[in-house]
Design a protein around this ligand. Sequence first.
Ligand SMILES: *[C@@H]1O[C@H](CO)[C@@H](O)[C@H](O)[C@H]1NC(C)=O
Ligand SMILES: *[C@@H]1O[C@H](CO)[C@@H](O)[C@H](O)[C@H]1NC(C)=O
Length: 479
Amino acid sequence: MGTNTSPHGYGHLGLMSLLALSSLLVGALCRELASTHHTIEVNSLLPSASCKTSSSKAASGNAAWLKVVHKHGPCAAGGQQPTHVDILREDQKRVETINSRLVPASLVGPNRVRQSAANIPAKSGRTVGSGNYVVTVGLGTPKRDLTLIFDTGSDITWTQCKPCVKYCYQQREPIFDSSTSTSYINVSCTSASCSQLATATGNSPGCSSSSTCVYGIQYGDQSYSVGFFAKEKLILTPTDAFDGFMFGCGQNNRGLFGGAAGLLGLGRNTLSIVEQTAVKYGRYFSYCLPSSTASTGHLTFGKSYSAATATALKFTPLSTLSQSGTFYGITIQAIYVGGQMLSIPPSTFSNAPAIIDSGTVISRLPPTAYAALRDAFKQKMTKYPTAPALSILDTCYDFSNYTAVDIPKVGLSFAGAVYVDLPWVGIMYPASASRVCLAFAANADDRDVLIYGNVQQLKFEVVYDVGAMRLGFGPGGCA
Ligand SMILES: *[C@@H]1O[C@H](CO)[C@@H](O)[C@H](O)[C@H]1NC(C)=O
Ligand SMILES: *[C@@H]1O[C@H](CO)[C@@H](O)[C@H](O)[C@H]1NC(C)=O
């Protein structure tokens, strides 16, 4: 990605100087008449069957480095791979539940398609979805390893717990047994942290007969976890452990967690791991999501990267959304295709709330912005045969007769003159060589939440400097 600069030029100098005048970006425009497209080997579109684990690196300084793998795929020790249609359907559920939390009901007009409003608990629905990433952390004394989905779109951390009073779904690792841990302590219903659950989960906490605080969190689409709110020793690395970490000891858990032991909440609420470890890590974390299910990325708490990565990082402001204390708000200002800024009225971006989310797969754009992107993209792809739409993805191509294809570059600019030049994995969603789709989707309404999803985050070092309320992007965070 080229940051603080314009996207790569497109070779039309007349047009480029017009763009330079109209662009809000600072810095020298058009200094690079570099390529306007990516060339993709069609073979590389196919999924890999084996895990190419990168050597885990030790974090430097005051930081904890955890390996990240895709929830499904060879690096995550088996598990059933859902179909692309399943993944996209679950993704849509997550987006609908995010909207139900962030967009006032009064804005939902009569013709709006909010299909799942009826079957999703409106105030607290969250869908975990399938397109997610997992990390392994240690919990308890002695330590048990638990693989958790990490999620910037929710706050509390929970894991399934024996005796599974009501129900536990199948998970890959043995289920955590609090009765065999000497550091487990129940949180009382009268404690302040118990009352904080109301904002963290959207549900008022309950109280067991023995006065233990009971949490409940729904993720939409019938996924939920209910159990005892408790404190435990959390071990991130051999040198980084936290006593008294508050988490949910899940006694009744159902849903699409795909064999993971639970969820690691990275939202902005006081009960999230970001806040609970703030003294040590200063509300600073970063991750890199691997571009294939066969490779690995990382989740790092605290500042830890090479000097080269540090200089390449570009920061855009993070904002708070008044409607919910969970999400990380961002500001997107423009979209580029093949080096050309699309003509999208600025009000399109200012009228919709916008967030970055680790758990939404496909970025969702206001329909006006999406239409401009799709039309410009299609115009540069006319030589390729099209393929049928795939669920929410309506712009698909059949590359089965090609060994290599050229796709136009796509980039986005964020507030603070941060330009993110997407790698091809952030532009195309390959279901198969004969169905490769533009990896963006339109919201139903221009007022819906713009969501910067995880396909568009692949391979970047994405830095959440919550203390300074800024979000950083760096190129080449992982493979
Ligand atoms: C925690 O609370 C639950 C529910 O009241 C109870 O069954 C369990 O024994 C308690 N555990 C400890 C260690 O106090
Ligand atoms: C691929 O090539 C074959 C043989 O020329 C042709 O029959 C087929 O229609 C082509 N497929 C596409 C998607 O263009």
